[in-house]
Design a protein around this ligand. Structure first.
Ligand code: ZN
Length: 136
């Protein structure tokens, strides 16, 4: 089995922001030369997360609106005694900071309306995205 790892950086533009990283991930897969196996996408951050779904302007707003409804910025978080981003930590913890995809014949298996998106809830800042391709 071969393993290819690449770390990217992605800039976010506001406190809450969504960046489509599908192209970045697929370019990395191509570059790896690996055709079949698994692709891990991971953001090594406690206040960012990954979602896999349709990237459409209305939905982008819907995602952020729903996340902030479930994890409001001004919620009653003990963490906010020492920081101001308790909601971002909780959303990252519950929604998750990694996703794994099957890699078949050089392509990530994903639905037509499944894009890979990084969601930042404590930006703007530079976020790391680790893509690990494992297989043959
Ligand atoms: Zn914090």
């Amino acid at each position: 089995m071969r393993v290819y790892v690449k770390e990217h950086t992605v800039s976010t533009r506001s406190r809450e922001d969504i960046v489509n990283i599908t192209r970045l991930v697929e370019d990395t897969v191509r570059e790896s030369g690996i055709k079949n196996g698994l692709v891990l996408v991971y953001v090594p951050h406690a206040t960012a997360l990954l979602i896999v779904n349709e990237d459409e302007p209305g939905l982008r707003t819907d995602y952020l609106k729903k996340i902030l409804e479930i994890f409001p910025r001004d919620g009653d978080y003990l963490h906010n005694r020492i920081d101001d981003n308790g909601n971002a930590h909780l959303a990252s913890a519950f929604i998750g900071s990694s996703r794994v995809f099957p890699l078949v014949n050089g392509r990530i298996v994903r639905g037509t309306w499944q894009e890979i998106m990084l969601v930042d809830l404590d930006g703007p800042r530079t976020r790391r995205v680790v893509v690990e391709v494992m297989g043959e």
